[in-house]
Design a protein around this ligand. Structure first.
Ligand SMILES: C[S@@+](CC[C@H](N)C(=O)[O-])C[C@H]1O[C@@H](n2cnc3c(N)ncnc32)[C@H](O)[C@@H]1O
Length: 236
């Protein structure tokens, strides 16, 4: 079957990616602050880092995040091959330690041996998973981390007790009112994406998943409304 220009995955990737880049440029999702807060924790780890970045996208964020760390192994995973192409360029400083894998993040974790990584990092990707897969992900993160390892999670989170519908209405109201640099086509694209694909949990629901998985401690690194950074520490 012939694909139309709009349904062609490369064209679709480019237009969605261009919209996402605009959100980054205007810092609408507080990447700048959340990366800075995560960086403080990550820079305090004074050994070469072995890590996996789940849903790395083009890895422009990770490039900034890890710039002052020594890296011994860097696994970058994303479902999108075009995104990984860009990640390859952005992660060039670590090319000899780098593995780029076009995989689902749970499948990626399944390929990593027990207690072999210092850090699992994921930014704005796991809210796409079902709640059951989120629990499976926390269990896998716990399994692959070394004793003192951490799972650093940047993502959208709803308020405790808030329904998904109420969250979606509030989030999209904020998009409409505050994200003034996006045009109406981009706004429609974001609305459809968020309504169809975003299933964020609240911080205490994530805490419950982390405890079920075996994590002993969590820390809020920074929060800007729905946009938050957390660290879950194995410590056992
Ligand atoms: C909003 S982007 C975030 C990219 C980057 N981490 C950042 O914060 O700028 C979400 C990324 O997660 C990827 N993704 C979504 N679901 C995934 C899954 N199940 N496994 C691997 N990657 C996934 C998408 O392809 C996309 O590149």
């Amino acid at each position: 079957m012939n694909q139309t220009a709009e349904s062609d995955p490369i064209t679709l990737f480019r237009s969605n990616w261009a919209t996402y880049q605009k959100l980054l440029q205007h810092n609408y999702m507080f990447h700048h602050e959340l990366v800075h807060a995560s960086q403080k924790l990550i820079q305090s780890i004074d050994r070469p880092l072995s890590l996996v970045d789940l849903g790395c996208g083009d890895a422009s964020l990770s490039q900034a995040l890890f710039k002052n760390n020594q890296i011994s192994r860097y696994i970058a995973c994303d479902l999108s091959q075009p995104a990984l192409q860009l990640a390859k360029e952005n992660l060039a400083p670590w090319s000899s330690q780098l593995e780029l894998n076009c995989l689902d993040m749970l499948e990626q974790l399944g390929q990593i041996p027990d207690r072999s990584l210092d850090l699992v990092f994921s930014s704005y990707a796991i809210h796409h998973l079902t709640d059951q897969s989120k629990l499976a992900l926390f269990k896998e993160c716990f399994r692959v981390l070394k004793q003192w390892g951490s799972f650093v999670l940047i993502d959208v989170m709803r308020n405790d007790g808030q329904s998904r519908n109420n969250y979606l209405d509030q989030y999209l109201c904020m998009v409409k009112n505050d994200w003034v640099a996006i045009n109406s086509i981009e706004c429609t694209r974001i609305t459809e994406h968020v309504r169809g694909n975003d299933f964020p949990l609240s911080p205490s629901e994530y805490q419950s998943l982390a405890r079920q998985a075996g994590f002993h401690k969590e820390a809020l690194l920074d929060a800007h409304g729905f946009h938050q950074a957390w660290a879950y520490q194995r410590l056992s």
